[in-house]
Design a protein around this ligand. Structure first.
Ligand code: UD1
Ligand code: CA
Length: 465
């Protein structure tokens, strides 16, 4: 049978209380991934024939989050969930098959649950199956009204009588419909309710009245159906997703010292025997190999880390790290930094667009920008590659085994050859040939006994003030 999916994602998200009109609720991110994308990822393994996402408020942003794996239709005015589904009619109306409808604001749904829901719908030959949860605090959700165990209708929170408000079985906002029947009944919806909207949930009573087979399917883990309507719920959903990811990693052989303060995105990977220490972020398609110690207090984004590195209190974006390096504490690398095997970059250094060779060292307090550094190089404390003249950026190179003395300024573009040496405190603006030493500082002069003379004069000045 054909399987279609519709994701409702056009709503404004009034309860998010945002001032921005370009941001839809469903594009609020959890670990860098828009909420609606989680729903789409949960649908993917089910092999749907067509997926249609309904976008509207902040729709351009929603569209960009889904368009590589979903068709997009617009709901220009948000007149309710039933009206939103109608927007998919040019694509789906009249087609034979079943249609799963999900809300873009339920990021905790899993493919396992959605697939169990579809199977239940098929094996029971239902015309409609509603995913429900039993909640101790059902406030805010549509309630499933049943008579003699059979579904009668769904009543929204705003339209509940006090008696109906006590019902604990709630609508998760996920349904499987017979596609052709769904689009027939949508046409009959009216906005006669407290919100003045076309409620998709009103279609349920129409199905029941027409004698179609309507059942519920209860989710095992009630967390899965949590809808995110405000920023507090967003934080709760984010925490659950975070723990799911961390748990899966721990069970695959990663040590996570404090899962409460570890943030690993769903599209990042971490290898076995890596230890992730507290307050660490690994985000946006990062790949971390095995046997590393990452953190505490480390932020890694869009980066590739090899094996057996020690990375303590670092901020790394768009970097590639080899194996067996030691980095930090307090090292920042950004924009295309490559650090090769066995290198050491110590405290308070910043690298930008740097290739840093095998076994090279930069132990403290340096800025290196736009340069290629060979292997076994030593960059002395407080060195700077001055790569910018206020208008243009320039590059430099430092050859293998070179020694850059403490406090050297390499004024780019400049090249230091292999085994080249710069004396501490030098400002280098000409190339240093291989094996040469460059000293570029004023020659020192000593004045015999003058320290005492100078001191006595200073004391005099103070007393005569
Ligand atoms: C909806 C259900 C409720 C259910 C709950 C589960 C209805 C009428 N109510 O309520 O029974 O318990 O979800 O989380 O369906 N949307 C549109 N266009 C619109 C309105 C909404 O695309 O005109 C989208 C929203 O972006 C959102 C989803 O539909 O992703 C649900 O809308 P929302 O306003 O959050 O509905 P709830 O009040 O949570
Ligand atoms: Ca909702």
């Amino acid at each position: 049978m054909n399987k279609f999916a519709i994701i409702l994602a056009a709503g404004k998200g009034t309860r998010m209380k945002s001032l921005r009109s370009d941001v839809s609720k469903v594009s609020f991110p959890i670990l860098g991934r828009p909420m609606v994308r989680y729903v789409l990822e949960a649908l993917k393994p089910l092999g749907m024939d067509e997926i249609v996402t309904v976008v509207g408020f902040g729709g351009e942003m929603t569209k960009s989050a889904v368009e590589n794996s979903s068709e997009v239709v617009w709901q220009k005015e948000q007149k309710g969930t039933g009206h939103a589904v109608m927007m998919a009619s040019p694509i789906l109306e009249g087609k034979e098959g079943m249609t799963i409808i999900c809300c873009g604001d339920t990021p905790l749904l899993t493919d396992k649950t959605l697939s169990a829901l579809l199977s239940s719908h098929e094996t029971n030959h239902n015309d409609l199956t509603i995913l429900t949860s039993i909640l101790d605090h059902p406030q805010g959700y549509g309630r499933i009204v049943k008579k003699h165990g059979r579904v009668e209708r769904i009543v929204e929170q705003k339209d509940c009588t006090p008696k109906e408000a006590e019902i604990k079985e709630v609508n998760a906002g996920v349904y499987v419909f017979d596609n052709a029947e769904l689009f027939k009944d949508l046409k009959k919806l009216t906005p006669n309710n407290a919100a003045g909207e076309y409620y998709l949930t009103d279609v349920i009573a129409m199905f029941v009245e027409a004698g179609k087979k309507v059942s519920t399917f209860s989710v095992a883990d009630v967390n899965e159906t949590m809808g995110v309507n405000d920023r507090y719920q967003l934080s709760k959903a984010a925490k659950i997703i975070r723990h799911r990811i961390n748990k899966a990693l721990m069970l695959s052989g990663v040590s996570i010292e404090d899962p409460d303060t570890t943030y690993i995105s769903p599209n990042s990977v971490v290898g076995q025997d890596t230890i992730v220490r507290p307050n660490t972020y690994i985000l946006d398609h990062s790949k971390v190999g095995s046997g590393n110690v990452i953190g505490p207090n480390t932020y890694i984004e869009r980066s590739e880390i090899g094996d057996d590195n020690i990375i303590d209190s670092c901020h790394l974006t768009d970097v590639k790290i080899g194996n067996k390096t030691t980095l930090g504490p307090y090292f920042r690398a950004r924009k295309n930094v490559v650090i090769k095997d066995g290198a050491h970059v110590g405290n308070f250094n910043e690298f930008k667009n740097i290739e840093f060779g095998e076994g090279s060292k930069c132990a403290h307090l340096s800025y290196l920008g736009d340069a290629t550094i060979g292997k076994e190089v030593n960059i002395g404390c407080g060195s700077i590659i001055a790569n910018y003249d206020g208008v243009n950026k320039f590059s430099s190179t430092v050859g293998d085994h070179a020694f850059i003395g403490s406090g050297t300024i390499l004024v780019s573009p400049v090249n230091v050859g292999e085994n080249g040496f710069t004396a501490a405190g030098s400002t280098i603006n000409h190339d240093v040939p291989a094996h040469d030493m460059a000293i570029a500082r004023a020659r020192q002069e000593n004045k015999e006994g003058y320290a005492d003379v100078f001191h006595a004069k200073a004391m005099d000045k103070k007393e005569n003030k």
